[in-house]
Write a protein that binds this ligand. Structure first.
Ligand code: F6R
Length: 609
């Protein structure tokens, strides 16, 4: 949601904090701020709006001066995004400054108590309350004050705290929100995300819930929730800073669309050995799989759509029933999940609050849990019984692209792996389908090459539309869902997806002269059926843009415009079919002058429910 960072060392803190905030701006971007310690004082600068405003206010980091500090980029939860509600927040006596990612659920009660004791609050935030609470518990021992204050907090939070009496020390506290300590030489860091740290160090420690760290220039100490020092393993970040930079592209989203062939290859290739699929540490025998009577896939947003896509391949190939559930619903549903359930949790960030809660619910009910996650060391990756990493590299654009297609690659691999173990398909079919999965990177590349110019051209025609309808059947419907989400979230064009056969049960009333209908027709078994739906909407004046393969002459004849993908095995077609729709959404958003990488109201990692 928000991004937090801390630095202590021998370099000027402000430029490092600002640079890190720039790398994490995708986590939230409605305001930003930094606090720097200098000669026993805390100096704070904050600015509403994008980070560029803070850069201006701080003269590109020339001020405030000092070697220890904390920073924050915000996605507002409590209080409007203005200068006052921006972090860092300072205690009443000015001795403590604090940055916070998450939500303090019991802040109102604490605020009332502190107000009764004379504390005066200036902002509407939950975070300011924590600064005052630390102040109220302080009698010269920084660590003790932090611990006492934190013991009162309920909710999800990652905190960074500095104290004017302790130059060179920052405290970082984690409870259900990501927090990573970065280890340098003569300097140390913390941040919500490794992208903020990789320019400075690749050696990191992932904090767990309830842990906190005292970070100094010459070292650090990690404590458990009752203040006992802990030994934690140091991990090495596998990717370089270039992976988190635009590399000549106008937007991260376009770069990430173009990276998909390589990312999908990275997800697949290391897991195919000697003509067989090996799912890292996730080993299930045919017998284990026969004991599973249901698979529940749970996720949010695009990751949920990945689950909708993967369901078709898993059910077709394994004949195990699959339910795909929105994590935000599952967690409050009293779901039918037990020790015979395999739960697949899909999350690019590995930090989505609802998805994490759904995973916890599944574990409580005895399910075996398998997480498909991109961010290494993230909460969901660590909580699940098993994890398969997407290996997509950092995804910076808020709208996911390579995160989505690598999730599909893992779901396809799982489907075929399970079908093989269950002996539901013969060796020949297994080898053929594995060949199809392995050819996805090439097909995705073809889809990019075939559609980049066409999508740009079609965007000129469609970008002024006020509403678009995406239709498809079965696997194509799952693609339509994700295509519509891409369109609306970055271009702000109202876009809805419908199962093609469902349109005439009400929604067709909205089709009028010139309404764009994007018809996904990549499922070989259902082409004729979707063709009929195209005729139905055309008869009501719709402008139809079909997505299909060149061999599908029928649809080409009916549609006003066509985008093509290479012909692809239906089971795995979603990973290719989505690419032209990502490009179309990108160019429509560009033509509409939208802020593509940071769409309004959104944030990359949704750590609040
Ligand atoms: C849309 C998008 C979101 C995420 C959703 C889940 O482009 O990116 O819908 O898919 O917020 O995020 P993760 O996968 O991080 O759990």
């Amino acid at each position: 949601m928000c991004g937090i960072i801390g630095y202590t060392g021998s370099q000027s803190a402000a430029p490092i904090l600002l640079d890190g905030l720039g790398k994490m701006e995708y986590r939230g971007y409605d305001s930003a701020g930094i606090a720097v310690l200098h000669e026993g004082e805390i100096e704070v600068e904050k600015a509403q709006g994008r980070l560029v405003n803070l850069l201006e206010r701080t003269d590109n980091g020339k001020k405030p001066v000092g070697f220890t500090g904390i920073g924050h980029t915000r996605w507002a939860t409590h209080g409007a995004p203005n200068d006052i509600n921006s972090h860092p927040h300072v205690s009443g006596d000015g001795r403590f400054a604090i940055v916070h990612n998450g939500i303090i659920e019991n802040y109102a009660q604490i605020k009332e108590e502190l107000a009764a004791k004379g504390h005066v609050f200036v902002s509407e935030t939950d975070t300011e309350v924590v600064a005052h609470l630390i102040e109220a518990n302080y009698s010269g021992d920084f660590k003790a004050a932090v611990m006492k204050a934190v013991s009162r907090l309920e909710g999800a939070y990652a905190l960074g705290i500095v104290c004017a009496d302790f130059p060179g020390t920052v405290f970082a506290v984690r409870q259900a929100a990501p927090l990573i300590i970065g280890l340098g030489i003569g300097e140390n860091f913390f941040a919500s995300d490794v992208t903020a740290l990789v320019s400075y160090t690749k050696n990191v420690i992932y904090l767990d819930d309830g842990e906190f760290a005292e970070v100094r220039p010459d070292g650090f100490t990690i404590y458990d929730s009752i203040g006992r020092p802990l030994e934690k393993p140091v991990s090495r970040v596998a990717w370089s800073i270039e992976a988190a930079e635009k590399g000549g592209y106008e937007h991260f989203m376009l770069k990430e669309i173009m990276e998909q062939p390589a990312a999908v290859k990275e997800a697949i290739a290391p897991r195919v050995k000697g003509g067989e699929i090996k799912l890292d540490d996730f080993e299930l025998s045919g017998e284990d799989l026969r004991d599973i009577n249901k698979i529940v896939i749970t996720a949010c947003g695009s990751a949920y759509h990945a689950g909708c896509c993967g369901r078709y391949a898993i059910e077709k190939l394994t004949r195990i029933p699959v339910e795909v559930k929105l994590a935000s619903e599952l967690r409050y549903e009293d779901p039918i999940i037990d020790e015979h359930t395999l739960m697949i949790i899909v999350s690019q960030s590995g930090e989505t609050a609802d998805t994490k809660a759904a995973l916890e619910e599944g574990k409580r009910r005895g399910a075996t849990t398998l997480a498909l996650v991109n961010v290494v060391g993230s909460s969901i990756a660590r909580l699940a019984d098993h994890v398969l990493y997407e290996w997509a590299g950092p995804e910076i654009a808020v709208a996911t692209t390579k995160g989505f297609t690598t999730q599909l690659a893992l779901l396809y691999l799982f489907a075929l792996y399970a079908a093989g173990k269950l002996k539901r398909i013969d060796d020949f079919e297994y080898a053929r389908l594995l060949g199809e999965i392995c050819s996805l990177p090439k097909r995705i590349q073809n889809a990019i090459d075939m559609n980049s110019a066409a999508a740009e051209r079609l965007a000129e025609k469609y970008h002024g539309s006020t509403s678009m309808y995406f239709i498809g059947r079965n696997t194509d419907y799952a693609v339509a869902l994700e295509g519509a989400l891409k369109m609306k979230e970055i271009s702000y064009v109202h876009a809805e997806a419908y199962a093609a056969g469902e349109l005439k049960h009400g929604t067709i009333a909205l089709i009028e002269e010139g309404t764009p209908v994007i018809a996904v027709c990549c499922n070989e078994d259902l082409l004729e059926k979707t063709a009929s739906n195209i005729l139905e909407v055309k008869a009501r004046g719709a402008e139809v843009l079909a997505l299909s393969f060149r061999e599908n002459r029928d649809i080409i004849a009916h549609a006003d415009d066509v985008l093509f993908i290479p012909r692809t095995e239906t089971f795995f077609s979603e990973a290719v079919a989505i690419v032209p729709l990502q490009l179309l959404a990108y160019y429509v958003a560009r033509d509409n002058g939208c802020d593509i990488d940071k769409p309004r109201n959104l944030a990359k990692s949704v750590t609040v429910e």
